[in-house]
Design a protein around this ligand. Structure first.
Ligand SMILES: [Zn+2]
Length: 283
C-alpha cells in the first residue's frame, strides 16, 4: 500500500510556504499526497480586480488551488465547505457560516471521515497559534488535532467509516530562530524589516525546542514558486514575496519546519529528524 500524507489547512495558499516543498517532495517519491482545505478563501483582498470580484472569488481561488495542487503533486483536494472568516476583528468574522464559528463537532466529524477514507499515515496542519494567528488557522489546527485523536476510536463518529489511526501528527511552524535570522539578514541588506517587529507576529513564532523535523526542500523550491504563482488573486506586492529579494526568498523556502504533536513526545528537543515518515514501517 502506498503511504499517504494528508495536509489540513484553512485557505488556498496556506499549503505553499510552510509545507509545499515537503508535500512536493513526498509526492515526487511516490507517496500519495492529499489536501483538505476548510474554505475557498472567499474573503480578502483581490490583488487585481481583473481576476475576480467578491462574488466570484471563492470559485477563482478554488481554481487557483487546483493549479497549485497540480504543481506540487497533490493528488486529491477535499474542501470542507466553510466560509473564510477574514482577519480578526473584521465583519466577516461574525458571518455564521464562517469557519472559526463552525460547530466543532461537525467540523471534526468531516475531518474524521476524510482521515478514515484516505487512511493517511502522517497528518500535517498549522501549529495551534495558526502561524500568524488567523482565526481560521487556529480553528483548523484544533479540529485536525481532535480528528487525529478520534479517527482511530470505534466509539467516535461510527457513521463516518471504519476507524483508522494515522501514525503521526505534525504542526507546521516557523521557529523563532529562523524568524529572527531572516529579520537580521534583511536588515543587513538595508531592507524594511518593520513587518518583523509587529509584536503580534513576534509573539506567535514557535519555540525552537519544539521543532522535531526539518525538511530540506531545496529541490522543490521551483515547485513551491510555481504553486505560489497559481495563487494570483493573493499576489500582494507589499507581502513577503514582493518584498524579499529573490535569492533570500529561495533560501527561506528551502527548509520547512515541523513539530511532532502526536504521539506526544516527552522531550521534543531531543528529537531531530529530516523525514516525517522516519522509522514508520508498514505493518
Ligand atoms: Zn490562510
Amino acid at each position: 500500500m502506498r503511504d499517504t500524507l494528508l495536509a489540513v489547512f484553512a485557505h488556498p495558499d496556506d499549503e505553499v510556504f510552510g509545507t509545499g516543498g515537503t508535500l512536493a517532495k513526498y509526492a515526487a517519491e511516490g507517496k500519495r499526497v492529499v489536501l483538505a482545505c476548510a474554505t475557498r478563501g472567499e474573503v480578502g483582498e483581490i490583488s487585481d480586480p481583473a481576476l475576480a470580484t467578491p462574488e466570484t472569488l471563492g470559485a477563482v481561488r478554488e481554481a487557483e488551488l487546483r493549479c497549485a495542487c497540480s504543481r506540487l503533486g497533490i493528488e486529491e483536494l477535499h474542501f470542507l465547505g466553510y466560509r473564510d472568516s477574514g482577519m480578526e476583528g473584521t465583519p466577516q468574522n461574525d458571518d455564521p457560516l464562517s469557519y472559526h464559528r463552525a460547530d466543532p463537532d461537525a467540523a471534526v466529524r468531516q475531518l474524521v471521515e476524510v482521515i478514515r477514507r484516505l487512511k493517511p499515515r502522517v497528518v500535517v496542519t498549522f501549529e495551534p497559534g495558526g502561524g500568524y494567528g488567523h482565526p481560521d488557522h487556529i480553528a483548523v489546527s484544533r479540529h485536525a488535532t481532535s480528528a487525529f485523536d478520534l479517527a482511530g476510536s470505534p466509539e467516535a463518529y461510527s457513521e463516518a467509516g471504519p476507524p483508522w489511526q494515522p501514525a503521526r501528527l505534525f504542526y507546521s511552524a516557523i521557529p523563532t530562530s529562523s524568524f529572527l535570522a531572516m529579520r537580521d539578514r534583511m536588515q543587513a541588506m538595508g531592507l524594511d524589516v518593520s513587518m518583523f517587529d509587529n509584536p503580534a507576529l513576534r509573539r506567535r513564532t514557535f519555540s525552537d525546542d519544539m521543532i522535531t523535523t526539518v525538511t530540506d526542500v531545496t529541490g522543490q523550491v521551483e515547485a513551491k514558486l510555481a504553486a505560489f504563482e497559481c495563487h494570483r488573486t493573493q499576489h500582494n506586492p507589499n507581502g513577503l514575496f514582493g518584498r524579499v529579494p529573490n535569492e533570500l526568498l529561495r533560501e527561506m523556502m528551502a527548509r520547512e519546519y515541523f513539530a511532532q504533536a502526536r504521539p506526544a513526545l516527552a522531550s521534543p528537543e531531543a528529537v531531530k529528524t529530516t523525514d516525517l515518515f522516519a522509522g514508520l514501517e508498514h505493518a
